[in-house]
Ligand binder design. Structure first.
Ligand code: NAD
Ligand code: SER
Length: 308
C-alpha cells in the first residue's frame, strides 16, 4: 500500500484507521472520504459511494493504489432500512470493485460474523460452513464476500477481507450494529455507573479491541499474496464474551458499576443468529493473525481512554 483511499472514514473503524494509516504511510498518502465530512482531516473528499463517477474520479485524481472500503449500513440499521442497506452494501461495493479493476487497486472491505446464522455451528464456527444468513446485513455481507472472490478469480483484483466480530473502541461510537452494547457499556460505566443492556446477560458473541483490528488490516494487506489460502473472508476474533462477563470486567476497575437488562427483541434475535465463537485458526496459520488485548486488558484501556 502506498496511497490509500478510505471510504466511510467518519465511522467507528474509519475514524481510527485513517489516523493509524497516516502514521504508517504519511499524512498525504491517506485520503479520507465519507458521505459527509464531519471530523475528517485533510486530505479528504465528500463521497457517496453510490456516485460511481465521483468515486472513480477521486481514485484517478489521487492516483491511489489501495481502496479500503468501509462505507456500509450496519446490522440493526439495515433491518430498519433494508433497501438502503442493499444499495450501500452491494452497489457501493460493486462500484468500488469496478474501480479497483479499472485502476488495478488492492482492495479491502470488511465482512462480519453476521454472515453466519442459526444454521451454522454455534461454537468454534469454521470459516467455511453452512451460512444462510437471515438478516439484510448478513445477506449483503455474504453476497459481498462472493462478489469480492469473483473479482479476484475472474479479473485478478487483489481483494482481501476478514469477518470482523464486534469491535470495541473509544474514539467514535458504533453506527447502528448489534454489538454496539459492548461499546455503550463502557461509556455508561464512566458517565452513569450503570448500564441498561439490550442483550441477555448470557448471550455470547465474538469481540475485538480496535487496536487489534487496525493492526490486522495492515498485516493482511501487507501479507505476501502466496500465503493466502482464502481471500474473502478470514474469520478473526479476540474473545467470545457475554454482557455479564463485560460487566464483571468493568467491576474490577469500577466496583460500584451496576448492570440491568431491558431486552431489545430485534438486537437479541440478530445476536442469537450469530455464533457464540468463531474458529480463527486459518488466519493464524496463513498470516500469523493474533490479538494483544484480552477482555480485562481491553476494559482497562477503554476506561482509561474514556476517562481522559
Ligand atoms: P460505521 O457505521 O461506524 O461507519 C460507516 C460509515 O459509512 C459512516 O461514517 C457513514 O457515514 C458511511 N456511509 C454510509 N453510507 C455511505 C455512502 N452511501 N457513501 C459513503 N459513506 C457512507 O461502520 P464501521 O463500524 O466503521 O464499519 C465499517 C465496515 O466494517 C462496514 O463494512 C461494517 O460492516 C464492517 N464491520 C464493522 C464491525 C464493527 O463492529 N464496527 C464489525 C464487523 C464488520
Ligand atoms: N458490529 C457489527 C454489527 O453489529 C458486526 O458486523 O452490525
Amino acid at each position: 500500500m502506498k496511497r490509500i483511499l478510505v471510504t466511510g472514514a467518519n465511522g467507528q473503524i474509519g475514524s481510527e484507521l485513517v489516523t493509524y494509516l497516516r502514521l504508517l504511510y504519511g499524512d498525504q498518502e491517506v485520503i479520507a472520504s465519507d458521505i459527509t465530512l464531519e471530523n475528517c482531516s485533510s486530505p479528504m473528499e465528500v463521497l457517496d459511494v453510490l456516485d460511481h463517477e465521483k468515486f472513480r474520479n477521486i481514485c484517478e485524481s489521487y492516483q491511489v493504489d489501495t481502496l479500503i472500503h468501509l462505507a456500509a449500513i450496519l446490522s440493526v440499521n439495515a433491518e430498519k432500512n433494508p433497501q438502503l442497506a442493499w444499495d450501500v452494501n452491494m452497489q457501493g461495493l460493486l462500484n468500488g470493485l469496478e474501480i479497483a479493476k479499472e485502476f488495478n487497486l488492492q482492495f479491502f472491505s470488511p465482512s462480519s460474523i453476521g454472515v453466519f446464522s442459526h444454521e451454522s455451528p454455534k461454537d468454534k464456527t469454521p470459516q467455511l460452513t453452512t451460512m444462510r444468513p437471515t438478516t439484510m446485513y448478513g445477506i449483503s455481507k455474504l453476497s459481498g464476500e462472493l462478489l469480492c472472490d469473483y473479482y479476484y478469480q475472474v479479473f485478478g483484483v487483489d481483494t482481501r477481507s476478514v469477518r470482523f466480530p464486534g469491535l470495541i473502541s473509544s474514539v467514535t461510537p458504533p453506527g447502528g450494529g448489534t454489538t454496539d452494547y459492548a461499546v455503550e457499556i463502557y461509556y455508561a460505566a464512566i458517565k452513569d455507573g450503570h448500564y441498561t443492556c439490550p442483550i441477555k446477560e448470557d448471550t455470547y458473541l465474538d469481540m475485538m479491541y480496535m487496536g487489534d483490528a487496525l493492526k490486522l488490516i495492515v498485516d493482511l494487506m501487507e501479507s505476501d499474496s502466496s500465503l493466502l489460502s482464502d481471500r474473502n473472508a478470514y474469520n478473526v476474533s479476540a474473545m467470545s464474551v457475554c454482557p455479564k462477563m463485560i460487566a464483571e470486567s468493568i467491576q474490577k476497575y469500577i466496583p460500584d458499576f451496576t448492570i440491568s437488562y431491558e431486552i431489545d427483541p430485534l438486537k437479541q434475535s440478530i445476536a442469537e443468529s450469530w455464533p457464540n465463537s468463531i474458529d480463527v485458526s486459518i488466519a493464524q496459520k496463513d498470516w500469523h493473525f493474533n490479538c494483544q488485548y484480552d477482555l480485562d486488558n481491553l476494559t482497562k484501556h477503554m476506561l482509561a481512554s474514556l476517562q481522559k
